[in-house]
Design a binder for this molecule. Structure first.
Ligand code: SF4
Length: 199
């Protein structure tokens, strides 16, 4: 059987950075909140060097914050009680900042999966009031008022474009759209489509 490897296969910038930081700074006194990255081998190797799962009773230890982030209130609690190894991808933090800067004057809309840790984290910078668009059905929850839209960094590009077109067709107020799908995600989605034509 021929195996075709996608050119973009492997760790993206954010995961590479998170793995480097976590392995450099961790020891047996380190805890991680959720899985550092979506990769079972990395998670297993962290366990081997003594990293354990975080729980809310942990204090005065090192705590790794995973690459796709956590809720702001939980981050503040962990920071006040522990030393943080902040592995959140800068591209995710950029979305936090966009949302935080616009939440007072716009209804915030996030195109993404409601239960994904990254979306929960982004929403926390909108005081947990963002409207999450996971399916086109969810668009009915958007009110006709100034709206600021971002995306989960790993959303599907086609779904994002369809959702934006539909939102623009029903809202007649001020809309600002930031396509915050990460370039690494987009490259992989495009490459998966190309490879599927050959294999
Ligand atoms: S935002 Fe992009 S670069 Fe950062 S961890 Fe996610 S996929 Fe990787």
């Amino acid at each position: 059987m021929e195996i075709i490897l996608a050119k973009s296969a492997g760790f993206c910038f954010g995961v590479k950075r998170a793995v480097k930081m976590a392995f450099e700074d961790s020891d047996e006194e380190t805890y991680c909140i959720g899985d550092l990255v979506h990769n079972p081998i990395v998670v297993e190797n962290l366990k081997k060097i003594g990293v354990k799962p975080y729980n809310e009773n942990i204090t005065n230890k090192k705590v790794i914050i995973r690459s796709h982030g956590i809720h702001k209130k939980l981050l503040d609690k962990i920071k006040s009680e522990n030393q943080v190894i902040d592995c959140v991808c800068p591209k995710v933090k950029y979305v936090y900042k966009l949302v935080e800067d616009h939440k007072d004057n716009y209804q915030i809309v996030i195109i993404g999966s409601k239960n994904h840790p990254e979306v929960i984290g982004i929403n926390s910078y909108a005081d947990d009031k963002a409207i999450i668009i996971e399916t086109l059905e969810d668009i009915k929850y958007i009110k006709n008022k100034p709206t600021f839209i971002v995306s989960q960094t790993t959303s599907n590009q086609n779904f994002f474009e369809n959702a934006i077109n539909m939102i623009k067709s029903i809202l007649n107020d001020d809309i600002i759209v930031y396509n915050t799908i990460c370039s690494a995600t987009k490259t992989r989605q495009d490459e998966a489509v190309e490879l599927s034509k050959k294999s």
